[in-house]
Write a protein of this length. Structure first.
Length: 125
């Protein structure tokens, strides 16, 4: 098949597919989506609740139970003992609420910290 014949056949095929495609029902032919229901703020039905549990402990805090909930081993914390999947953002916490995590640092070399519960800690930073 010559280049001219191949190009002509390709062009005819593209035009045929385009004509077929244009004739198909599209978004403009579909019914509009129904208006979403208003949120009923008087009930918890059909709601998802999320929250923070303040039981994460570090060695030397008032509970004196070690790395409770941060690590599978209350006596040490390491990559193989972590119980969380994402390192918490500690930028808004006060210094007395931060506890250095030995062996962990950020890419810039700064030491990584974890939340340390204290009796006078606010529930949210």
């Amino acid at each position: 098949m010559s280049r001219t014949a191949w190009f002509t056949a390709s062009a005819v095929l593209v035009l045929a597919v385009s004509a077929w495609w244009i004739g198909q029902p599209g978004v403009a032919d579909e019914k509009p989506l129904p208006k979403p229901r208003e949120i009923d703020a008087t009930t918890l039905q059909h709601k998802v609740l999320c929250g923070y549990q303040g039981w994460f402990r570090c060695p030397g805090d008032p509970a004196n139970v070690g790395w409770r909930h941060w690590s599978r081993n209350t006596r040490r914390i390491g990559p193989d003992t972590l119980t969380f999947e994402m390192w918490p953002d500690m930028t808004e916490y006060a210094e007395e609420e931060k506890y250095p995590a030995p062996g962990f640092s950020f890419p810039d070399g700064k030491p990584a910290h974890l939340f340390r519960f204290t009796a006078d800690a606010e529930p949210f930073p």
